[in-house]
Design a protein around this ligand. Structure first.
Ligand SMILES: [Zn+2]
Length: 396
């Protein structure tokens, strides 16, 4: 797309329409300080690409009502993939995050990047066909992986439960099939993004905690996901807790939160006490059946998580902590344990305004967050410029 002096092209103007709110040309001229004639040129470019569309008619005090324009969410699509240890959830969404097609399948992340990413590529192609969109409509891919990821490069870094993935160039591999921006992040980070969008759009400071086989958190501070220097921010599962003395973690250290309060540890304890339980689903069912041993074990896990979250509260000062992940299905018992410790130990002023609740986004948090991450990139000025270049290259 062409740019005027000062670098204010169609892609920059588009940023004022990303929120989906309809605006008139006059309003856009006022917002940007650009001349009406320039606004009209830029709008024509965006209309040609289908990214915006005329909508309704603005309320006018008389005369001809000025035409409004707004983002056209159906103009393009993105892929949102939430790949876990044993399953993959993949969706095609429009630019507003609305799901157009969606699948949940078993996969084994430990089978390595080539097998898993080939499956993902095939699944994306199938889903695109299913929702009747050509591959040319795809503008970005967002992927969450169950381990630490260097977000800048999209490469996993020493993921403990993902053999073969360390340093693998996920974006480069998938770009051979899908020549669009491919963004990769840790799954808990994208879940935090999804949780905020679906449950807490007006809350600026949130810690989302995933409790399942592993334990991790995603931190949103000032409305922005905090990844940290190496993408490790929020990786609370390997913080040492007092009750973990003598317990060896799969990371090689001793006393990690995850090794004590993750579902495998709880399940092993319950089996030792004679319970017939082997999966997280079994554990949740046992808790829901009212078994006192299981309830006490889950509540204790909540207290252990609370030990670590108490420290996080002092550092991050969130207004909401939400608990998600498979073990959160055990309901209030785990949250009660977290509250018991955090509310009694956190700084009174921080605790007074802090809610500790179950995740509102539930199992769709990851896909919602992956979609947000992909759309963010696709609709950025660089993303919009890229779409223009791609269209020009295909002569479309
Ligand atoms: Zn550990």
């Amino acid at each position: 797309m062409t740019k005027i002096a000062g670098g204010f092209g169609a892609s920059e103007l588009f940023q004022f329409l990303r929120d989906g709110e309809p605006r008139t040309r006059a309003e856009l001229a006022q917002l940007t300080g650009l001349a009406r004639s320039t606004i009209s040129l830029r709008i024509d470019e965006l209309l040609q690409h289908g990214l915006i569309t005329p909508v309704g008619e603005a309320v006018s005090t008389g005369g001809r009502p000025p035409a409004q324009i707004a983002l056209n969410p159906g103009a393009r699509v993105v892929v949102a993939a939430d790949l876990g240890v044993t399953h993959g959830r993949v969706a095609i969404t429009d630019l507003s995050g609305a799901i157009l097609s969606h699948v949940l399948e078993d996969l084994v992340i430990a089978n390595g990047p080539v097998e898993v990413l080939d499956w993902l590529a095939l699944t994306i192609t199938k889903l695109m066909t299913e929702c009747g969109r050509p591959l040319a409509d795809l503008v970005a891919v967002g992927i969450g992986l169950p381990g630490p990821v260097e977000h800048e490069s999209g490469k996993p870094t020493n993921p403990p439960i993902m053999p073969g993935w360390d340093g693998f160039d996920v974006p480069a591999y998938l770009a051979e099939t899908f020549p669009v921006p491919i963004l990769v992040d840790n799954d808990v980070n994208i879940m935090a993004l999804g949780e905020r969008a679906m449950g807490w759009p007006d809350t600026e400071d949130i810690i989302y905690v995933k409790v399942s086989t592993g334990i991790g958190s995603g931190i949103i501070g000032g409305g922005v996901l905090q990844r940290g220097a190496q993408g490790i921010a929020g990786d609370i599962g390997h913080i040492r807790i007092p009750r973990g003395t003598g317990v060896v973690c799969k990371c090689g250290n001793e006393g990690c939160l995850e090794a004590v309060a993750g579902s495998p540890a709880i399940i092993a304890d319950l089996r030792g006490a004679g319970h017939d339980v082997s999966t997280v689903a079994d554990l949740v069912a046992l808790v829901k059946s009212g078994d006192t041993g299981a309830i006490q074990a889950v509540r204790q896990a909540g207290r252990d998580i609370g030990e670590v979250l108490t420290v996080c509260v002092s550092i991050v000062n969130p207004s909401v902590i939400t608990i998600g992940g498979a073990l959160a299905q055990a309901g209030e018992h785990i949250i009660a344990g977290v509250r018991e410790v955090v509310y009694s130990r956190a700084t009174p002023f921080a605790a007074e305004y802090l809610s500790i609740v179950q995740s509102r986004a539930g199992e769709m948090a990851g896909v919602a967050g992956a979609s947000i991450m992909a759309v963010e990139r696709a609709l950025s000025p660089e993303g919009i410029d890229g779409m223009g270049a791609a269209k020009a290259a295909t002569g479309d």
